[in-house]
Design a protein around this ligand. Structure first.
Ligand code: GLN
Ligand code: ZN
Length: 771
């Protein structure tokens, strides 16, 4: 029996990679220095995994930005618009790589970044490969080989991880019509074979191919592609050991196909989908080993050893030990690195710490599970097991997680219908009168630049270096200056800027009961962006208003409308590590009730426009179609609970970004927000066609400014995008706004871009009249 790992967090325990990347981008460190930070992290990670008792340690799971973009570079899938970046002798492959991720605005070039979207149902974002008809590929970078060689130098015979060729194509997007991206498999496969050749020549024993699409519905073409690819690889490399990794969902109807692929080992997610085990054991061919994804790679709860041991026992009854591997269910990219960093000895986290396991602890758990499974009679192993049983039991029975009065309230909303008093068509008239906004109202999504100073104040306040009074004064000053700037820019609907928020989920979680917070529990979200998801461990309650004071203060400074800014229940759920002892739906409805109380307080304080952000709505959707409806039903319900009872005149906005919306439009319409602002600019408004085809009934603000890129769009560009929108959406339903919040941008970029945006709105108003 071997332990192995599918992937490890790569940002570094102190977020070294984030800092090094950002310092490199701003010209403060050299590329050599950045590259060194990258190797230091990798080597440290490998050694940690070795120490934890992992037999097969992954390599090429590291990335400077994103593993899908790494794959694009490896196979030379570099879109044509970057060729000038390549031609510039000064630029290295890494510069090209960052240009693809972030756009390139230098030396008279102005090149947009590649699109970004969420990795399956996680909050990790990957860079979407771009495909053209008859596209050719070539071996472009040898990152996998280099990592393998460096790992070996460090004494580790690693298992390189590659995104499997079929999943790689499926993750991408066709950039022209007249072909399907899977058609490119003929051109792509030879490059994969070259990569494998390099690795085999270097002495690789195992290669892990990640094929998460095997856990999703596949059409015939994809099924054929799988057979073709893996038979060809086997034919070309009869000796290399292929571990095929699936995760996040069950194989279901693809089981037969999967077991017909000539691979050495199959990894399955038994944390999320334990029910698939029996069927797999019944059908598993003798030649294939089974990797059991036992330890949850997506959540931070301690593994219940008894459950894992039962599974192992069942498998051992059918398979020889040498055909069994045990592993986390997925890459550990999605959990924080090390619980030992959380040294606080008081507060909620300290109380619930015995219930938790982060990446490092999960690997230790695997080592322990293996030991206990192989020699259960040893006293030391019995002690390990008993300790685990105690921790699991302690959590189950803890008084910290229950608030009995809530049950009734949740039950009451479960059985009731929640909706606004009147339909949108009627509300919109009321709101038009009440709000008196121009055509194409301009607004932003909520946050304004989180400057060094703002972050410093918050950290000073948290560390007790300044008083609450001092902190409040500083934040208020920043709000006031932001209101002034927005007035000077002549935006129509203003925001307070979210300076008091470190993060849109953490801020609310900190004020709600039922949440705990880590100090260092960072998880990569995209590129150098990391998030610190709260831990939602118990029943939710909102003891007092969370945003009313800041919003009211901002509103008191201006005659324009200030939009209240809340994070919606689904996003609070989705971006937290959520308790697994009750259905997620129940937890989400609890969150909806908490936000509802905030909405009511904002309305009572005279805030006429309230935005309830739900950027995570789509990513919470189960990957399997048959489970999606149930999810959407309760998710939409939780959102509607959040605004239940507001007056017609109160305008409810929602905001979503960086996901595929086409297949959830019906649900988005059912959310019945008066206005939805969505990210659109990277896809050049493609998304709007779907809204138009669907005849989306309410108002829409399509993003015209890609806020993930430092490049500043021109007025003309924004007009061009808006005109594309005008072609498909009635003018009086359109708003103009950036793609998302501006917290990651600096003030100078922000002001320039918004100036163009407001100018664009003005020009459009001259050209169009309300329909
Ligand atoms: N209101 C949030 C902000 O502007 C929305 C962020 C998001 O969609 N991720 O920062
Ligand atoms: Zn957003």
């Amino acid at each position: 029996m071997q332990t192995h790992n599918l992937g490890y967090p790569r940002i570094g325990g102190k977020r070294e990679l984030k800092k090094a990347c950002e310092n490199y981008w701003s010209g403060q460190i050299t590329q050599e220095e950045l590259v060194k930070v990258g190797w230091d992290i990798r080597i440290r990670n490998w050694k940690c995994q070795q120490k934890a008792g992992i037999d097969l340690i992954p390599s090429n799971d590291f990335s400077f930005y994103d593993q899908v973009l790494d794959m694009s570079l490896a196979v030379g899938a570099v879109p044509e618009r970057y060729h000038d970046v390549i031609l510039n002798q000064k630029n290295t492959d890494l510069d090209l790589y960052f240009a693809m991720a972030r756009g390139y605005q230098k030396e008279g070039l102005d090149i947009t970044a590649m699109e970004m979207t969420k990795w399956f149902d996680t909050n990790y974002h990957y860079i979407v490969p771009e495909f053209h008809k008859n596209q050719k590929f070539r071996l472009f970078s040898s990152k996998a080989l280099n990592e393998f060689l460096v790992a070996r130098e460090a004494g580790i015979n690693s298992k390189p991880v590659l995104i499997g060729p079929v999943s790689y194509l499926l993750l991408g997007k066709e950039k022209e019509s007249g072909f399907e991206r899977l058609d490119l498999i003929e051109n792509l496969l030879p490059v994969y074979l070259e990569i494998i050749r390099e690795l085999e020549d270097a002495g690789t024993e195992w290669i892990q191919f990640d094929e998460p699409f095997l856990a999703m519905e596949l059409n015939q073409k994809a099924q054929k592609a799988y057979l073709k690819v893996y038979h060809q690889i086997r034919k070309s490399f009869p000796h290399i050991k292929i571990l095929l990794a699936t995760y996040f969902g069950p194989l279901k109807e693809n089981l037969n196909l999967t077991l017909n692929l000539p691979v050495c080992a199959l990894h399955v997610d038994l944390s999320r989908c334990p029910e698939q085990l029996d069927e797999i054991l019944n059908q598993l061919p003798d030649k294939i080993s089974l990797s059991l994804g036992l330890v949850d790679g997506r959540n931070i709860w301690k593994n219940p050893f008894q459950r894992s041991l039962q599974i192992i026992q069942k498998v051992r009854a059918r398979l020889d030990d040498n055909r069994i591997l045990i592993a986390p269910s997925s890459s550990l990219l999605h959990v924080p690195l090390d619980l030992n960093e959380e040294s606080q000895n008081s507060g909620r986290l300290a109380e619930i710490k015995p219930w938790l396991a982060f990446a490092q602890q999960k690997l230790e758990e695997l080592g322990q599970i293996k030991k206990i499974a192989l020699a259960p009679e040893e006293t030391q192993h019995q002690r390990l097991l008993q300790e685990n049983i105690n921790a699991i039991e302690n959590r189950k029975t803890s008084r910290l997680i229950r608030n009995e009065s809530l049950k009734e309230k949740v039950n009451a909303v479960i059985s009731s219908e929640v909706r606004r008093n009147n339909p949108f068509s009627q509300r919109t008239t009321t709101q038009r009168k009440a709000l008196n906004l121009p055509l194409f109202p301009s607004t932003t999504i909520g946050s304004f630049p989180q400057t060094k100073e703002v972050r410093q104040w918050r950290s000073d306040f948290k560390k007790g270096r300044i008083t609450r009074g001092q902190y409040t004064t500083l934040i208020k000053k920043e709000i006031a200056s932001t209101i002034q700037k927005q007035e000077a820019l002549d935006l129509d609907v203003l925001v307070h800027g979210e300076f008091e928020r470190n993060d849109m989920v953490e801020y609310f979680g900190e004020q709600l009961e039922g949440f705990a917070f880590t100090l260092h529990g960072w998880v990569q979200s995209y590129g150098s962006r990391c998030v610190k998801p709260p831990i939602l461990f118990g029943d939710i309650d909102r003891p007092k208003p969370m945003t009313v004071a800041w919003t009211s203060y901002a509103q008191s400074l201006t005659n324009k409308w200030v939009k209240g800014m809340l994070t919606g229940p689904v996003t609070l759920l989705q971006w937290s590590f959520v308790r697994d002892d009750q259905p997620r739906s129940e937890t989400c409805l609890q969150l909806g009730l908490a936000i509802q109380r905030e909405v009511k307080d904002l309305e009572a304080a005279g805030i006429a426009i309230i935005q309830i952000d739900e950027p995570a709505l789509r990513e919470g959707m189960p990957l399997r179609k048959e489970l999606q409806k149930e999810y959407l039903d309760w998710a939409i319900k939780a959102f509607r609970i959040a605004y239940a009872g507001v007056n017609d005149a109160t305008q409810i906005h929602t905001h979503m970004c960086y996901s595929e919306f086409n297949d959830v439009l019906e649900s988005i319409a059912l959310m019945d927000a008066d206005v939805i602002t969505i990210e659109c600019s990277r896809s050049q408004m493609e998304l709007l066609n779907a809204f138009a085809d669907f005849e989306y009934p309410n108002a829409i603000g399509p993003g015209v400014y890609d806020i993930h890129s430092p490049r500043i769009p021109s007025k003309e560009e924004m007009i061009y995008l808006m005109k594309k929108a005008i072609q498909v959406i009635p003018v009086d339903k359109l708003w103009i706004n950036p793609d998302c919040g501006l917290k990651t941008r600096n003030w100078s970029e922000t002001e320039k871009a918004l100036q163009s945006m407001v100018a664009a709105a003005r020009e459009l108003r001259n050209e169009y009249t309300p329909s």
